[in-house]
Write a protein that binds this ligand. Structure first.
Ligand SMILES: [Zn+2]
Length: 137
């Protein structure tokens, strides 16, 4: 048995049980399903439920995406801290030095926007590290 939420041509809302969706179609086509309020037999399924579900899952999907992004940024920070050497404000000169070496250990540190631009002009690849998402206590 399936319960359908129905609406008649006059806009009255009601529900009714059917053995399956084919029998719903048959009974409606035969005019056997009548609105309990006005007796009108022009009824169809209410379409509200699917759109409410879509709106809910859309919001949940966005929250999941945000959580996924936060986790990625955290993972990136952990990876950099584990694999790369922290050189702080010496980053621009260290980056230039290591650009000359073949298998230099990766580094991370601080550089101004101007310094990053200068490094890139010299052909040295510099990747910005996105700020860590704020922790809520
Ligand atoms: Zn009605």
């Amino acid at each position: 048995m399936i319960r359908y939420d129905l609406v008649c041509a006059e806009g009255h809302l009601f529900d009714a049980w059917f053995s399956d969706s084919a029998s719903f179609d048959e009974q409606v086509a035969a005019g056997l399903v009548a609105c309990p309020v006005c007796g009108c037999s022009r009824v169809e399924k209410q379409l509200m439920a699917p759109s409410v579900t879509a709106a809910k899952s859309g919001k949940a999907g966005l929250a999941a995406e945000t959580a996924k992004l936060r986790a990625m940024v955290r993972a990136l920070h952990e990876h950099v801290r584990r694999e790369a050497e922290y050189v702080g404000r010496r980053f621009p000169e260290e980056a230039r030095k290591r650009a000359e070496e073949d298998d230099a250990k990766p580094i991370w540190g601080e550089a101004s926007g101007e310094e990053v631009r200068a490094l890139r002009e010299e052909g040295i690849e510099v990747l910005p590290l996105p700020p860590l998402p704020e922790k809520k206590n």
